[in-house]
Write a protein that binds this ligand. Structure first.
Ligand code: GAL
Length: 369
């Protein structure tokens, strides 16, 4: 009897030890990142939401051959940010012809935030309608009762139709109202000035503003914001969300007009808002940009590239997607895209440190959370 007891104890111990040995403990950016089933995590352009003691990672499911959405938004769960369990498809594309999220659409950069008042999980993403390239430039919204979903698609549209940015006073509105896009040649100084004055805001006024690369941010006061590339990816917009996090309120501001920023990722540190973005070179990496502001409404000031180390001038081969303050770190997350083999895209996760009060992203081959 006693022998059986010891044997059970020994076996339990051995099992616990081997389980611990199997648990990954470090982050190795750029390498394959196996989930609990040993398969490379498929959640690209993603973001992370903490609910209870669990982190949920949402991202684009990528196919082996195409970047079009054939599956939808995937979800993974973890308690330590290193070992992830595949929770399956959180938001599925549909086979209904003509549906906004019909299989084969482009569904990118999904982010989820939890609404404490409605107790709903709210997902926003960049949506391009099937077969129309990147012309639709919409955002989509879906909602769920549980973190891992299933998420119910609510709607997709362009942003803030018939609304001027908050900083446009009567005079600025009058000037913008006179601008005609056809009168300008792209990339000329006159065009750049006109973009700043709202050339494309005016052009898209009735139809709504373009909405592509995006993230969500919930501030300390519970107010949430949708930050997205608008105006032909020339200007970032920060739009306030309604209390249920499912719509825009109509209040929005612009960041770096004509600055050509994509891939916004944001965090707040000691009262300052910091945003890291990329330039616009499609799947090819470029130099990261950084901005700061004392309020989400600006004014936003640009700073030099925060990246340090090999390939720092091309964001280590990646493009920003999210910044997560967690486990005593502020984690910068980026995607190393592989457009010829999209599912093999890799992840960059690096801790942000501060030098003279400014964020720095130093490359590390491996680091311990
Ligand atoms: C990138 C963008 C990605 C994807 C890609 C398509 O600039 O950040 O999310 O849209 O372009 O070329």
């Amino acid at each position: 009897m006693r022998q059986t007891h010891y044997l059970t104890l020994l076996l339990t111990l051995l099992f616990a030890l081997s389980a611990t040995a199997q648990q990954k403990r470090t982050i190795r950016s750029g390498e394959l990142w196996p989930d609990g089933n040993g398969r490379h995590i498929n959640a690209h352009g993603g973001g992370i939401m903490k609910y209870g003691d669990t982190y949920y990672w949402f991202g684009e499911h990528k196919d082996d051959h195409t970047s079009d959405a054939l599956v939808g938004v995937t979800c993974y769960a973890s308690k330590d940010l290193v070992n992830w369990r595949n929770c399956g498809v959180a938001l599925s594309v549909t086979d209904e012809p003509g549906h906004d999220i019909e299989r084969g659409c482009i569904l990118e950069r999904p982010k989820v935030i939890y609404n404490k008042v409605t107790r709903k999980f709210c997902m926003w993403f960049h949506l391009e309608l099937k077969g129309r390239g990147y012309n639709a430039a919409r955002y989509g919204v879906a909602v769920a009762n549980r973190p891992e979903g299933p998420y119910k698609f609510l709607y997709s549209q362009r942003a803030n139709a018939n609304t001027w940015p908050v900083e446009f006073d009567e005079q600025a509105k009058e000037i913008a109202d006179t601008l005609v896009a056809a009168h300008y040649q792209d990339w000329t100084p006159a065009w750049t000035t006109a973009i700043g004055q709202g050339l494309y805001i005016k052009r898209d006024f009735g139809r709504g503003q373009m909405s592509r690369d995006m993230t969500l941010y919930v501030d300390d006061d519970g107010k949430a914001y949708h930050i997205f590339s608008s105006e032909e990816n020339l200007t970032l917009h920060i739009a306030e969300l309604t209390g249920d996090y499912l719509h825009h309120t109509g209040r929005y501001t612009r960041v770096a007009p004509a600055g050509h920023n994509e891939a916004p990722a944001i965090f707040k540190h000691e009262g300052t808002y910091w945003m890291i973005t990329s330039g616009c070179t499609g799947w090819a990496p470029n130099e990261a940009r950084m901005f700061s502001a004392p309020s989400i409404w600006g004014p936003w000031t640009q700073h030099p590239n925060p990246c340090r180390g090999p390939k720092a001038e091309i964001t280590f081969g990646g493009q920003s997607t999210f910044i997560l303050p967690a486990e005593g770190h502020i984690i910068f997350m980026a995607d190393i895209w592989r457009p010829r083999h999209p599912s093999d895209a890799r992840y960059i996760w690096l801790p942000i440190t501060f030098e003279q009060g400014k964020p720095v992203v130093q490359w590390r081959d491996e680091w311990d959370l």
